[in-house]
Design a protein around this ligand. Sequence first.
Ligand code: DGJ
Length: 568
Amino acid sequence: MKATSAVLALVAATLAVAALNAQVDERPIPQIVKKDGRYALFVDGAPYLMLGAQVHNSSSWPAEASKVWPAMEYLQVNTVEMPVYWEQIEPQPGNFDFSMVDSLLAAAREHKVHLVLLWFATWKNGSQHYMPEWMKRDLVRYPHMVGRDGEAVDSPSPHSAASLEADKTAFTAFMTHLKEADPQRTVLMIQVENEAGAWGSVRDFSPAAQKLFDAPVPPELLTAMQVKAASASATWQQAFGPNADEYFQAWSVARFIGQVAAAGKAAYPLPMYANAALRDPIHPGPAGLPGAPGAYESGGPTDNVLDIWKTAAPALDVLAPDDYQNDPVTYLKVLDLYHRDGNPMFIPETGGPANARFFFTALGLQTIGFSPFGLDYTHRAASRSLNQADPNRPKEEFLEPWAMNYRLIGPMQREIARLNFDGKLQAVAEEQGRPTRTLPFGSWDAIVSFGAARNNRGAGNPQPAGRALVAQLGDNQFLVAGYFCRVDFRPAGTEEQRKTAAIVEGTQQNPSALIDGKWQHRQFLRVEEGAYDNGVFKPIRIWNGDETDWGLDFGDEPIVLRVSVATY
Ligand code: DGJ
């Protein structure tokens, strides 16, 4: 009897594993797909939008990681970015310990979220602080950069063949392990290094680096940069003049990281990206010189060297900005610069509660993900300091501006990702001085206004917190959602009329347009408030009367509308 049940249990277990494998085997590896100039991250074969958050630098340790989840749950993220530390993974040369990776995988699965893992290795914020101790102690084999004055800099040399080999070997071992350990595809993407580049010197001035600097620029880079150098063997100085030092550093760092990424991808081809410590794109200071106004890290994928990075590191799918800019104009300029052909939009780090609304701007640029940084830490630190100042102030206050975004988008995340990939979606966030925005959708314009009172078109909210998205579901049907805004629709004529006829916009109670001498006025046929459930929109109630007489108003509640319009 006992033997029979043991056999049955074994058979059941074998079948369960086989079933799991069959199920798991079907899961495609996440990949970035391009269509009609737009990008999407495909997960389980369909577009996916990473509603992310990045934990603080030391929060991946198992004991610490357990504390990040309350904040992640409050935020309603679907993806958590967590670092993995080279010093922890390879404590002795060639001895790998992936227990930490496994514990992150288990925790993420338990909390039903995906992961983006951050390979903190040769570079972390421009330094080599996460290199294993045995490397840090061997400065000859694994050298630092050398500054112009001959002094060592707190940054790894991108010209060290031994460091490159060690990083490639460790990264390949990590990716090989991940491939084995994650048939479920819990991990969606890998960040290779972190904010690579250097503070303290514009480039490496070591003898090895100087030799390369005085040698001809690689021809593929001259082509990519469209430099017509006097000779095909132009040196860096001859080809790039005042930018030579910085471009050389960018090339050297990108070549190094590109090779690490390629080695890892050969083991397991997950999408990979590098993140940038930005320069101020409007008023940049000098590269690599801390202390100077506007100074920035030299050699990372800053906006001025994206072409260099694309040429030097083709294994990277994305060059992504860590957008912490305080000034909204600068913040948006960054998005604009990284939203370019050949580079999917992704914001792996951002901060500042006032910037939370720019999730919508990023959505409008088909971002594959958005991820505020360090909220688990803020959550705890804030609760500590706040408890002294005001014990009644809820600690969630710090999470709320970000949580609002995901609370609204989360239930329809796959539909939003698909509509965006299909080019059906537009989204905007409020900008000071732009209280009204027009989003063209063929024969309709969606008009978004911020701070609109009854019969006026909006003067801006007291704090610019408005956000709106509109997606076209059919010729005359739209999905509309947002916060602190009003959305309405105005007839925009046919394509032919837009080319040939003078269209005059009316400002009557209902948005109207004089098209080919005939007034066309918007009427709402049906405005349904509802929610997506398994990909199907389920109406909850119909808006009419006061709810629609002045347009569709959104406050601080997560509201989704399906709107059918017509003219009269
Ligand atoms: C950007 C880095 O990439 C993060 O790891 C972290 O250091 C944040 N800056 C700010 O703390």
